[in-house]
Write a protein that binds this ligand. Structure first.
Ligand code: PMV
Length: 349
């Protein structure tokens, strides 16, 4: 049986075989995405809002291989297998469908942060893959279309297409009709008057025991706290947008912290419980409380892992980092600011 892919259209045969330049980026949510109403299309129950970071870039290169029968991918030089390769291939299928080309691809991804440790590696990974794969397959997509595409790889990736602050609108409905409009994609949120930093305490760089996909599913299906959190998260988003408009960092931080703690409460109430927070997480949370008692605006947020990100004013970041470093016996602390969205880099960048 001839399993070689049929040749692509002229457009594709003329496409340069040289890989397009790589693309990259990463974001941390201040209003969390937690729970899907449509698993296949990655449509969330609630809208979320994040800050794209200027650290930990993911750099991804996609090259079409006319002779290949399967996609291949390497993460930091190690060949991807199992679920990771399955997710990448499923994502590339979407791109191929849209491009009308079934050539297989070679994906090379470089992460500067541990994968699967609640440091948004999937957000940056799929945002970078969306931008790089769209370019490799010759799809001319605007940022909104790229955001919708990236969402299919990993929900949070939809926000990484944009720099600074971005909101991912949940949209309405389920099934293909719900995905046909522009309902569920991200867009930038202006926040000019705010000068924030995120102090990132990496207390554990190991991969998480339960994937965020599985943890979300379990929370939505079994946690009695999920619906109340989702309702309050909608209010949190409105309050957060208002706080950003008036450049009120304390309100932004308070809302972000309560939204994240609420999200973790929904998981703790799931059956069986999902607990990402560790004793080291709680130690860092205590140091954040102490900073506030000492008059420093510092607010914590945590994702699907034990690591803590502390929102503060950029001017306070060195002090906040010093205090957090004192609380982290093992691990590392670094300071991030708002960064650019996923983009194609020039060759050699
Ligand atoms: O995009 P996923 O499937 O990796 O889910 C991310 C979920 C959180 O990081 C916990 C929250 C968020 O909005 O990024």
């Amino acid at each position: 049986m001839n399993t070689r892919p049929p040749p692509c259209s002229d457009r594709w045969s003329r496409a340069p075989q040289k890989a397009p330049p790589p693309s990259r980026t990463r974001n941390i949510a201040l209003i969390k995405y937690w729970g899907k109403r449509d698993e296949r299309l990655v449509l969330p129950w609630t809208s979320s809002l994040s800050m794209t970071l200027d650290v930990f870039p993911t750099t991804t290169r996609v090259r079409l291989d006319p002779g290949a029968e399967h996609d291949t991918a390497a993460l930091n030089g190690v060949p991807a297998t199992g679920e990771t390769l399955r997710r990448i291939t499923a994502f590339l299928e979407l791109v191929r469908e849209r491009a009308g080309c079934d050539r297989r691809a070679v994906v090379d991804t470089r992460n500067t942060v541990p994968t699967g440790a609640g440091l948004a590696s999937s957000a940056s990974g799929f945002a970078a893959l969306a931008v790089a794969a769209a370019a490799a397959y010759g799809l001319a997509l605007d940022a909104t279309a790229l955001s919708r595409l990236a969402r299919r790889g990993s929900g949070s990736a939809s926000r990484s297409i944009f720099g600074g602050f971005a909101v991912w609108h949940a949209g309405r409905g389920t099934g293909t009709a719900a995905d046909a409009d522009l309902g569920s994609c991200a867009e930038p949120v202006p926040a000019a008057g705010i000068d924030p930093a995120l102090v990132i305490a990496v207390v554990s760089a190991g991969p998480k025991a339960v994937s965020s996909r599985e943890a979300m599913r379990r929370t939505v299906d079994t946690s009695p706290l999920y619906r109340p959190w989702a309702a309050s998260s909608r209010d949190d988003l409105d309050a957060m947008r208002a706080a950003l408009r008036r450049s009120d960092l304390d309100a932004v931080g308070e809302i972000a912290e309560r939204n994240a703690l609420g999200m973790h409460a929904t998981m703790l109430a799931a059956r069986p419980a999902v607990r990402y927070l560790s004793p080291a997480t709680v130690t860092v949370l205590d140091s954040v409380l102490q900073l506030r008692r000492d008059g420093i605006s510092a607010y914590a947020t945590m994702d699907a892992g034990p690591n803590v990100k502390v929102l503060c004013r950029r001017a306070d970041a060195p002090l906040v980092a010093q205090v957090v470093r004192g609380a982290v016996s093992q691990g590392s602390v670094l300071v991030a600011g708002p960064g650019d969205g996923a983009r194609l880099l020039s060759e050699g960048a």
